[in-house]
Design a protein around this ligand. Structure first.
Ligand SMILES: Nc1ncnc2c1ncn2[C@@H]1O[C@H](COP(=O)(O)OP(=O)(O)OP(=O)(O)O)[C@@H](O)[C@H]1O
Ligand SMILES: [Mg+2]
Length: 218
């Protein structure tokens, strides 16, 4: 992996403030649109990729940093024997009580934001890609992304991919989609768009073209 111009030992020795501010691209898209696939293609080109979903999983995994606060708020019923958040139990809880979802988010979002910022400061690369599935829904620019890159595909293609990958029924997928921003809302928020309505092979040239632009933008 190549090192960006701001990655010298000297600059890190002076602390995070010494690193020139780097372009941060917010990568988003609906469930199953291809965010992870696209993020991998950018990572292969040396971009610093920080995945907020992965951070959320770590925070809520066995003995994750958010577990104590979640246990204090919701009790042992939502914590599994392995010390991780019991997602199914939590989903049930949030389904019965919408306020529970907001409480969970109030615990997790500041922690995700802080950890994202930490990783953005330390990850090497000429620019950074912050993967935020619900970036458009959150209504803010997720703690300061400079551009929003949307992975787009027709809703029918998205539904088919999610069903194939997860085995969820069409109805369940439709419920998840209904809770997310619409394709049009996402596109309206986009600075850049990757069309993932075709074959995976079609992604490479699009990622390459954006990568070349992002390494040039300050
Ligand atoms: N162009 C494509 N053609 C066919 N299948 C694809 C294509 N792009 C992605 N997939 C597949 O569709 C599924 C969803 O892709 P991916 O995991 O990259 O999406 P995602 O947006 O990260 O999903 P999630 O919202 O669940 O994180 C995966 O099984 C992936 O292999
Ligand atoms: Mg993903």
């Amino acid at each position: 992996m190549s090192h960006g111009p701001s990655s010298s030992a000297a600059s890190s020795a002076q602390g995070a403030e010494a690193r020139p501010r780097r372009l941060v691209i917010g990568l988003t898209g609906g469930i199953g649109s291809g965010k992870s696939t696209v993020a991998d293609l950018f990572a292969a080109r040396g971009a610093a990729v920080v995945d907020t979903d992965a951070i959320a999983h770590e925070l809520t995994g066995p003995n994750g940093a958010a577990i104590a606060a979640i246990r204090a708020e919701f009790g042992d019923a939502v914590i599994g024997a392995d010390g991780a958040l019991d997602r199914d139990a939590m989903r049930e809880r949030a389904f019965e009580d919408p306020a529970a979802r907001r409480l969970l988010e109030a615990i997790l979002h500041p922690m995700i934001r802080a950890e994202s910022r930490r990783r953005l400061e330390t990850a090497e690369g000429p620019y950074a890609l912050l993967v935020v599935p619900l970036l458009v829904e959150s209504g803010d620019r997720a703690g300061g992304v400079d551009r929003i890159l949307v992975v787009d595909c027709p809703v029918e293609v998205q539904v088919a991919r999610v069903m194939r990958r997860s085995g969820l029924t069409r109805d369940r997928v439709a419920t998840i989609l209904a809770a997310q921003a619409s394709r049009a809302q996402r596109l309206a928020a986009a600075d850049d768009v990757i069309d993932n309505g075709g074959s995976p092979d079609a992604l490479d040239a699009q990622v390459e073209a954006l990568h070349r632009r992002y390494v040039r933008i300050d």
